[in-house]
Design a protein around this ligand. Structure first.
Ligand code: PGA
Length: 280
């Protein structure tokens, strides 16, 4: 039988444009679930915010309906607001409990979120990095993107080699997130994994939905690599999957090409090689 060598080059930065936010969310959830099934001991990097909420809902559904098993999974969250404890409803620890951890069979001792009330930030951040190393590194890092192009809380101007550290939030980020605080003053500082930390993950999966993300998505994928759009550093990563809905992907100039790549990738993955002129 003829063997075909599949070249994965085009998968390095795979851009998937789905018709709706719901389809984009389901696609992202299925990629996370596939990894959990293939590697039940995987280490996941997790994100918070509006974007991942329905992805977590779908993972909870898969856990309840089809026994998706998280019992040996380890997780590291990207960031946490400084000053907020785990019981504060706007803390990211609270978010993770509410949207995912309380509804699946994950071992609480294996879920890590930076501690927003740590007093010695520096040593806490160093320990967080070390814990990631001790866990064998992150297999899949799930990410959103800010309207200012940030990943995690790596605001414009962050070093592209940065590690977990204290970061001042940008006015755009405060403008976007203040609404969740219902008039209460929003923290101005956060602890966040660095861009360098994120780049060390095996796979990065970035999800963006809604037209307010269109500019950031275009800059990230089609603009130059720059510390002003920290998500653009993902262009240097070995395996990135970006999933967007039509609104968030609406400003992409090479959108048709990304769809062609996606079509060919699916033909390759499903073994329909003749359709691509291989083995005819
Ligand atoms: P959002 O945040 O999902 O709430 O838009 C994304 C981010 O800031 O990374």
């Amino acid at each position: 039988m003829k063997r075909v060598l599949l070249v994965k080059g085009d998968l390095l930065l795979r851009v998937i444009v789905e018709k709706s936010a719901e389809l984009a969310e389901l696609r992202a959830a299925s990629i996370v679930a596939d990894l959990v099934r293939r590697n039940p001991q995987a280490t996941l990097g997790l994100a918070t915010g509006r974007t991942p909420t329905n992805v977590y809902r779908e993972l909870v559904r898969m856990h309840c309906d089809s026994d998706l098993d998280f019992s040996q999974i380890t997780t590291f969250n990207l960031d946490e607001y400084v000053g907020l404890g785990p019981k504060h409803p706007q803390s990211f620890r609270y978010f993770m409990q509410e949207h995912l951890f309380d509804h699946i069979n994950i071992d609480a001792a294996k879920t890590f979120v930076p501690d927003g009330r740590a007093l010695d930030f520096e040593s806490h951040c160093r320990q967080y990095e070390q814990r990631i190393v001790d866990a064998g590194g992150i297999d899949l890092q799930f990410l959103g993107i800010g309207v200012d192009g940030h990943i995690a809380f790596n605001e414009p101007g962050s070093s592209l080699g940065s590690r977990t550290r204290l970061k001042t939030l940008s006015s755009e980020t405060i403008g976007q997130n203040a609404k969740y605080f219902n008039g209460e003053p929003m923290p101005r500082l956060a602890l966040t994994m660095g861009v360098g930390t994120i780049l060390e993950s095996q796979i990065c999966l970035l999800l963006a939905t809604g037209s307010h993300k269109a500019s950031a998505i275009r800059s990230m994928i089609e603009g130059p690599v720059t510390a002003q759009i920290t998500a653009s550093a993902l262009q240097l990563h070995r395996e990135v999957i970006v999933i967007v809905d039509e609104k968030a992907g609406g400003w992409l100039e090479r959108r048709d090409y990304y769809s062609e790549v996606e079509e060919c990738t699916q033909l390759l993955e499903s073994g329909q090689l003749r359709a691509l002129g291989i083995g005819n």
